[in-house]
Design a protein around this ligand. Structure first.
Ligand code: ATR
Length: 272
C-alpha cells in the first residue's frame, strides 16, 4: 500500500518539507508520497477528518496552524503541551496524535554539529520570543541549562514566556543585551533578523568568550552575519539547517517506517 503524508499550511509554497521527505522516500526506496497542501484556517478541521480516511499516515503542520491544531488532536505529547504547538501529527486507529519535534530538532542539531558540547549547567542567551523561541526554550530547559536570559524587541512577549517557563528565565531589555555577552555559554537567535530579505541582527560580540556556542535557527542564508561574526571571534558556530532536518525525522519514521539518517548528502540536497 502506498503510504501518504503531507504538510498543511497557508502559505505553503515556501516549505522545504516536500523536498526533504521526497529525497528520503527515494533514498530508502519507499512506496510513498509527501505533498504540500494549502489549507486555510477554516478548513483545517475538515482536512484533519478527511486525510486519515483517504489513506494518509500523518502530516506536518506549519504556519498558521501549529497552535490551533491542538484542539483537534486526541493525544498531545508532553513537548507539544509544554510548547503549546504541534508540528507533527500521526493518524492511528481513528485518533490524531500531536507532537512537537522542533525542540528535539534544535538539540539534535547541536549534538550532531558540536558533539563535545554539553548543555548542563550553562547560561544561554535566547533572542526572540515567538513560536520558535518557545520550542528552543523548552528544549534547553529539558537539556539542563541553568538559566536562560531572554530578550525580545517586544518585551511583553518575553515576559509571557517567563510566566510560562518559570524562574530560570531572566528577561533582559532588547536595547541592552550586549551587557550579558561576557556571562553566557550559549547564544541562540530565534528572531527573523539575518534571514534573506530581513535586516541583520546587530549584535556586538566583542566581549564574547571563545568557547561560547552560537547558533541561529535561520538557514537562509546558511551563514548569517551573526554566525560569521561569532566564527571570527573564535566561537563554536552551528547553522540552522540541521534543526529543519532533525525535526522532520520522527515524522518520517512514524509514517514511512524508516528512521532517516541526517548526513551531508541530505544537507547538500536541500540547499540545491
Ligand atoms: P516564529 O514563530 O518563527 O518565532 P514570530 O512569532 O513571528 O515567528 O517571531 C518572530 C521573532 O522575530 C519575534 O521575536 C520578533 O520580535 P517581536 O516579538 O518584537 O515581533 C522577532 N523580530 C522580527 N523582526 C524583528 C526586528 N526587525 N527587530 C527585532 N526583532 C524582530
Amino acid at each position: 500500500m502506498t503510504r501518504l503524508a503531507a504538510v498543511l499550511g497557508s502559505p505553503i509554497g515556501h516549505s522545504k518539507s516536500p523536498k526533504l521527505h521526497g529525497y528520503w522516500l527515494r533514498k530508502y526506496n519507499i512506496d510513498g508520497h509527501y505533498v504540500p497542501l494549502h489549507v486555510d484556517p477554516e478548513n483545517l478541521e475538515n482536512m484533519l477528518n478527511i486525510l486519515p480516511q483517504i489513506g494518509f499516515q500523518g502530516v506536518n503542520i506549519t504556519i498558521p496552524h501549529k497552535e490551533s491544531v491542538l484542539k483537534f488532536s486526541d493525544e498531545i505529547t508532553q513537548s507539544a503541551k509544554a510548547i503549546g504547538a504541534a508540528n507533527t501529527l500521526t493518524f492511528q486507529n481513528g485518533k490524531i496524535k500531536a507532537d512537537n519535534t522542533d525542540g528535539y530538532g534544535f538539540i539534535q542539531n547541536i549534538h550532531q554539529m558540536a558533539p563535545d558540547w554539553n548543555f548542563a549547567g550553562n547560561i544561554a542567551l535566547v533572542l526572540g520570543a515567538g513560536g520558535a523561541a518557545r520550542a528552543v526554550i523548552w528544549s534547553l530547559l529539558q537539556s539542563g541549562v541553568d538559566n536562560i536570559i531572554l530578550s525580545n524587541r517586544t518585551q511583553s512577549r518575553a515576559e509571557d514566556l517567563q510566566n510560562l517557563f518559570g524562574s530560570k528565565i531572566i528577561v533582559a531589555e532588547w536595547s541592552n543585551i550586549e551587557k550579558y555577552v561576557d556571562q553566557i555559554d550559549l547564544l541562540v537567535n530565534t528572531t527573523s533578523l539575518g534571514m534573506i530579505g530581513q535586516p541583520d541582527l546587530k549584535f556586538d560580540l566583542q566581549k564574547i568568550n571563545q568557547n561560547v556556542l552560537v547558533t541561529d535557527i535561520i538557514y537562509t542564508p546558511l551563514q548569517t552575519q551573526l554566525l560569521k561574526d561569532a566564527k571570527n571571534r573564535g566561537c563554536i558556530t552551528v547553522d540552522g539547517l540541521g534543526m529543519l532536518l532533525h525535526q522532520a525525522a520522527p515524522g518520517f519514521e512514524a509514517w514511512f517506517g524508516q528512521r532517516p539518517t541526517i548526513d551531508s548528502d541530505v544537507r547538500t540536497h536541500i540547499l540545491s
